[in-house]
Design a protein around this ligand. Structure first.
Ligand code: ATP
Ligand code: MG
Length: 194
């Protein structure tokens, strides 16, 4: 069976933290592939601030994974459209790729909120969850979720931090690949604080 990890996110923009999580999951768990799954409409976020259009975030993720073997960008949630629910994504992927086993990778902050995800009671039976520390945040999945811990060198950065730095005219070199920075600059993204 092929083993694939799914790292879902808004990726507004993608950054080194996301990439380290993906590579550590690949290497430590011996996965065949990790897909960065770009949320179409991150409904838990989109009420709070203006989220960059999904096709633009997907383009940034494609730049971010260039040359990183085993890590790919996925637009499966953008193709489906509408609000993004991981349970729908898993159902879709399972039907298209029945011979793959799926691990859902989440940072500690996301893990702590799993019970708030759409159809949480079904979701927790649907896949294995890989919970990664985020910086020194080591929160785990709630009781009753099939999960494994993945310990990585803490990278304490976020998309929020990068957006703020761009808005403030501060550089983001090394916090995300140069190709991502070039695309952010070319499109004029994040120039005003969200
Ligand atoms: P924002 O600041 O806009 O919320 P973010 O940096 O949290 O952005 P998301 O796209 O929300 O990025 O995160 C997608 C997934 O990646 C989540 O499961 C999140 O916990 C995880 N993640 C993001 N950054 C890190 C990091 N630095 N270390 C570990 N996990 C991370
Ligand atoms: Mg976040």
């Amino acid at each position: 069976m092929k083993r694939v990890g799914l790292l879902g996110g808004t990726f507004d923009p993608p950054h080194l933290g996301h990439l380290v999580v993906a590579v550590e999951a690949l290497d430590q768990l011996g996965l065949d592939e990790v897909r960065l799954v770009v949320a179409n409409d991150p409904w838990q976020k989109s009420d709070e601030r203006r989220v960059t259009p999904a096709d633009v975030r997907f383009a940034l993720v494609e730049r971010a994974v260039e040359g990183l073997s085993g890590v790919v960008a996925s637009d499966v949630e953008i193709e489906r459209g509408g609000a993004t629910y991981t349970i729908d994504t898993l159902e879709r992927l399972t039907s298209v790729e029945p011979d793959t086993s799926w691990s859902v990778i989440v940072g500690a902050d996301a893990a702590a909120g799993l019970e708030t995800w759409h159809r949480a009671d079904e979701l927790r039976h649907r896949a294995e969850f890989v919970v990664v520390n985020r910086g020194d945040d080591e929160r785990d999945a709630p009781a009753g979720w099939r999960s494994v811990r993945l310990s990585i060198p803490g990278i304490d950065i976020s998309s929020t931090l990068l957006r703020g730095r761009v808005a403030d005219g501060v550089g983001i070199r090394l916090l995300t690949p140069d190709a991502v920075i070039a695309d952010i600059d070319r499109r004029g993204l994040y120039l005003r604080a969200a």
